[in-house]
Design a protein around this ligand. Structure first.
Ligand code: SF4
Ligand code: SF4
Length: 287
């Protein structure tokens, strides 16, 4: 399987027609590939699974400065977790590996959770190494994507008294996709992994805009200020600190409660422009 980011996405019909002109066997193989079905492989197919793993996206997840709540959120995908793991070639996670050292291997997708502590040279070096060795870098969670609660840290803890400045990943290196939220919802993490595996660029595109500073005030400047708010209340429901009240059909943000997680703006249905193809496919069921 070629990595999706290195080729134009074609429709299933185009893919099959192209393969039929090559060979019937290849067409049959491509028919399976065009409609991927993620299933857990039986033990007797271990060799085949190993062979396939070579073509799956190589994935690394690494924690910087954070509570690892977003990793727990990933694991909270109870019913499809094994299928998710089966769809990727999972190479490393800081909290699961025996070694703390980021591997030297080239990754297709690196998922980082937690913000970067500027006084921690190891973290600064690690995030640069991850960026250098990965095709796509995903900032998972509020701390990685916007800084979130770690922006308020003043340091002074016994073990690391000088650790007092925390910034989102995008302040140091380029981030390709960001998943705001404190923590990011399990479904969003699962959908993003499956979108990457399945080359669903329509799903991934809005996530490319979300890295960097975030605040409840984004709703005022970008949504309400541009006359886009429809008063649906999704922002208030997505806020983990209940910082948003809906008054007279518009969100009002209590800045004393806002932890800058970015969930409200990311969840707002007016913060991204759905394409007609996306509406046809996801809402109307047209393939
Ligand atoms: S208002 Fe709530 S959801 Fe929005 S950034 Fe602040 S804490 Fe996050
Ligand atoms: S989610 Fe967006 S459209 Fe809905 S009330 Fe909040 S700002 Fe308005």
């Amino acid at each position: 399987m070629s990595p999706f980011w290195k080729k134009e996405k074609k429709s299933d019909a185009e893919n099959i027609a192209e393969m039929q002109t090559a060979s019937p066997a290849a067409a049959e193989e491509k028919t399976d590939a065009a409609q991927p079905e993620i299933t857990v492989k039986p033990a007797e197919a271990e060799a085949e699974v190993k062979e396939m793993a070579a073509a799956k996206p190589k994935v690394l997840t690494a924690v910087m400065s954070g509570c690892t709540g977003c990793l727990i959120s990933l694991v909270d995908n109870y019913d499809i977790l094994l299928d998710l793991l089966d769809a990727i070639d999972y190479r490393y996670e800081t909290t699961l590996a025996d070694v703390r050292q980021i591997p030297d291997d080239q990754m297709d997708i690196a998922i980082v959770h937690g913000s970067i502590c500027l006084q921690d040279k190891r973290q600064v070096d690690d995030i640069r190494k991850i960026r250098q060795n990965s095709t796509f870098l995903v900032a998972m969670g509020g701390c990685a994507s916007s800084g979130c609660v770690t922006r308020y840290s003043v340091g002074g803890q016994a073990a690391t008294p000088s650790h007092e400045s925390f910034v989102p990943v995008a302040n140091l290196v380029k981030v390709d996709f960001a998943l705001p939220g404190c923590p990011t919802g399990p479904e969003v993490i699962a959908n993003t992994i499956l979108a990457a595996v399945g080359a669903d660029l329509e799903y991934l595109k809005p996530l490319a805009e979300l890295a960097g500073f975030a605040c409840g005030c984004d709703l005022l400047t970008k949504i309400i200020g541009n006359g886009l708010c429809i008063g649906c209340g999704t922002c208030a429901m997505s806020c983990p600190t209940r910082a948003i009240d809906m008054d007279y059909g518009r969100p009002h943000v209590n800045q004393e409660l806002c932890i800058k997680c970015g969930a409200c703006y990311a969840q707002c249905p007016r913060s991204f422009e759905p394409t007609f193809e996306m509406i046809e496919k996801r809402v109307m069921g047209v393939e």
